[in-house]
Structure formats: C-alpha cells, structure tokens
Ligand binder design. Structure first.
Ligand code: NAP
Ligand code: GLV
Length: 308
C-alpha cells in the first residue's frame, strides 16, 4: 500500500517529512517519484488527471489538497473511489484571519481612508460601533461557522444563511430559498462562503445584490463563479453596493484588462484567503487514513450527488 502526493512540489517535502516522522511504516511518495503505481491506494492531489487515474488500479481514496472540490471532474473518477476534501485547522485559521481582516477594513472604512490618503485629503468620517453593523455569512459549514465564531468577539450583529437550517448561538439563522430575501435585507456586510456547485453557480446575482441594503458590501472568499460578475459591477456602478472584497474571481487568474481590477471600490487578492498548511494537514490526512483502514467515516467525505 502507498500514498501518492501530487500537488504543490515545494510543500510536498513538508508533507513527506511529517509522514516520515509520524508514520514511518507508511510509504509516502511525492510526485514524480511515485514508486509502484499499482500499490497506490491513496492519492493526494488538487487535480487527478485521467491518464494518472488510469494507471492507479488500486486507488481507494482521492484526497483533495484543498477545501473545495468544484475543480474535480467526478465523472472521470471511478465510482468506488471516495473523494475527501481538506478540513484542517490551517485552512480554517487562514480563512478566519482573511475574513476578519476584510470585515474590519470595511467596518472601519479603511478603503475610504486609503483613497483619501491617495488624494492627500484629511477627511474624517463617523465611527460606527460594531454592535450597529450586521455581518451575514452565506454558507454555514466548517469555514462559515469558524468565521462567525471569531467575529462574535467584536460585538457585530451576526446572521447566517444555509441550505439546511442551522442553529448557532448568537447568530440569527435563515435557510433555503424562502430565507434568502429576509437574510439579505439585514446584511451590512455579506460574506460568501458557499461551495461552488450546480445550485450555487451564479447564485449571487442581480436580484440577490438588489436584496441587500443600499451601501452594503460583499466579501467573496468562496469561488468566483458563485457571483455574477457583471451583476456585481452593475450594482457597484449604480451605487447600490458600497464595496467588494474579492479573493476569488471568474476567471482565475483575472486577465490584466478585466474591468474588476480597476474598479475604485473593488479590492482583489489572488485566491490566497487560506491555504492548506502541511504541518496541520498531515495529521488530519493520517487520521483519515487510519479511519479508512478501520472502516470508519473520514473527515470531509464528499457527497458526489451534492457536489460538496
Ligand atoms: P462546507 O463545510 O462543506 O460548508 C458548506 C456550507 O454551504 C454547508 O453549510 C452547506 O449547507 C452550505 N450550502 C451548500 N450548498 C448550498 C446552497 N445551495 N444554498 C445554501 N447553502 C448551501 O465547506 P467549507 O469548508 O465551509 O468551505 C466552503 C468553501 O470555501 C469551499 O467549498 C471553497 O470553495 C471555499 N474556500 C475558499 C478558500 C480561499 O482561499 N478563498 C479556501 C478554502 C475554501 P448544508 O449544511 O445544508 O450542507
Ligand atoms: C482553496 O480555495 C481551497 O479550496 O482550499
């Protein structure tokens, strides 16, 4: 039995050294030093190319090296191969930091002050207390809940919207299609943390943006395609949407001449909100290998029918 890691080569060394220390009995190979492909039962990869899959007759589990699996072509993966996404503390911490940074920057009008600085203008605005600002999170999964947990410490009013109803202490909950409009109506800052699936592609469209209070802002840290970019630009241009902080765009990388780059009320980062950290992810992978070998459910197992 062996494990094949075929993702970021530089980080592969960190994965290999964790396995060498914590589980020297396991054969952990870093691509292209793949060993005997017929022995590979576990593949850790961002993409699993069909030509590689065809050479792995004993593959049992594909571990996505990231939290999202929207890039995985499930039709190319044999039905008996389980797909598991990355649920690990490093990804969670990175996302909590990024969303907290963005929420606070919007809440304290940092982007307006940077614009004023560029003009050399000393232009004071009011300071609004956190308790007078409502942050709404779409997608109450691992990351959405962690983000809300941290934002609570600042005293913001919190609300969340999810496919299935979820009760979270201190968070006003909304669910499903019927819950979307009332949820949006109270959000000063909307944080998108939905997985990209057939059901969420383009979900944040003109109607959803129009459902936000005038002047509200959007933070998209999910996937670019969850948001309709043209509708976003229209809502910004119309002054309905105050600002957008985008860690993800459609397409990625965003072409240099794309209108989003130059919009004065859009802040863009190149999909770096959070990343798998080998030192915290390797123990989770190890735990999942043990669980699989004991026939127990793995953390982050994907439901292929739902797509997340
Ligand atoms: P997760 O634990 O699977 O949570 C997804 C949540 O979204 C669940 O609560 C789910 O509801 C809800 N949901 C799914 N489809 C929905 C729909 N159609 N309508 C309303 N709610 C829906 O995922 P996660 O770990 O929190 O990660 C979320 C996403 O973050 C990932 O898929 C990835 O795309 C993105 N991400 C981005 C970065 C970055 O650097 N920008 C890093 C990591 C992850 P149920 O409870 O009903 O299932
Ligand atoms: C990053 O976007 C991930 O899905 O891990």
């Amino acid at each position: 039995m062996s494990i094949l890691y075929r993702a970021d080569a530089a980080r592969g060394a960190a994965w290999a050294s964790h396995f060498a220390e914590a589980a020297p009995d396991l054969a952990f190979h870093v691509w292209p030093d793949a060993g005997d492909l017929s022995k590979v039962e576990y593949l850790v990869a961002w993409q699993a190319p069909p030509d590689l899959l065809a050479q792995l007759p004993n593959l049992k589990v594909l571990f996505s090296s990231g939290a999202g699996v929207d890039h995985v072509d499930f039709s190319a993966i044999p039905g008996h191969v389980q797909v598991v996404r990355m649920v690990e503390p490093g990804i969670v911490d990175g996302m909590v930091e990024y969303v907290t940074m963005s929420v606070l920057a919007l809440h304290r009008d940092l982007f307006d002050y940077l614009a004023a600085q560029a003009e050399g203008a000393w232009r004071e605005g009011p300071v609004r207390p956190a308790a007078a600002r409502t942050i709404g999170v779409m997608g109450l999964g691992v990351l959405g809940q962690a983000v809300l947990g941290r934002l609570a410490a600042f005293g913001f009013r919190l609300r969340g919207w999810n496919r299935s109803p979820k009760a979270i202490d201190g968070v006003e909950g909304f669910a499903g299609t019927a819950g979307l409009a009332p949820f949006l109506a109270g959000c000063d800052i909307l944080v998108c943390l939905l997985p990209l699936t057939a059901a969420t592609r383009g979900l944040v469209d003109a109607q959803v943006l129009a459902g936000l209070p005038r002047g509200a802002s959007l933070i998209n840290v999910a996937r670019g395609a969850v948001v309709d970019t043209e509708a976003l630009l229209d809502a910004l241009d119309a002054g309905h949407l105050g600002r957008a902080v985008l860690d993800v765009t459609e397409p990625e990388p965003l072409p240099p001449d794309h209108r989003l780059w130059r919009h004065p009320r859009v802040a863009i980062t190149p999909h770096i909100a959070s990343m798998t950290q080998p030192q915290t992810a390797a123990p989770v992978l190890l735990e999942n290998l043990r669980r699989h070998q004991r026939g127990e459910p793995m953390l982050g197992l994907i439901d292929r029918a739902r797509g997340y």
